[in-house]
Design a protein around this ligand. Sequence first.
Ligand code: FES
Length: 124
Amino acid sequence: MYSEKVMDHFRNPRNMGEIPDADGVGTVGNPVCGDMMTIYIKVKDNRIADIKFKTFGCGAAIATSSMTTELAKGKTIDEALKITRDDVAKDLGGLPPVKMHCSNLAADALHAAIKDYLAKGGKK
Ligand code: FES
């Protein structure tokens, strides 16, 4: 029921971990299932220079976190803010309908980390 790409990101998650001196941190919980995700970003010259995630959640949540970090890395702040849950699901080759809510978590955590960065005085 999962695409090859979802399984690949689930088995070999990219950018998993923590950035201790992150410029922005975003933690969100999924109201549907209670799973949680934190995304850490490092910003340089208005671009996401580094990004890592920690996810307490299902396989789809881990795969979508991994995919989101790959999509966001190297993007400008404005570009990264435009990444939607649909982009994440599409780039993974789709998600089963009952798992679509899992992709909200990744996009929301990314946006929360960027908002945290901007609130701390980061320039847009
Ligand atoms: Fe909770 Fe997937 S079931 S994020």
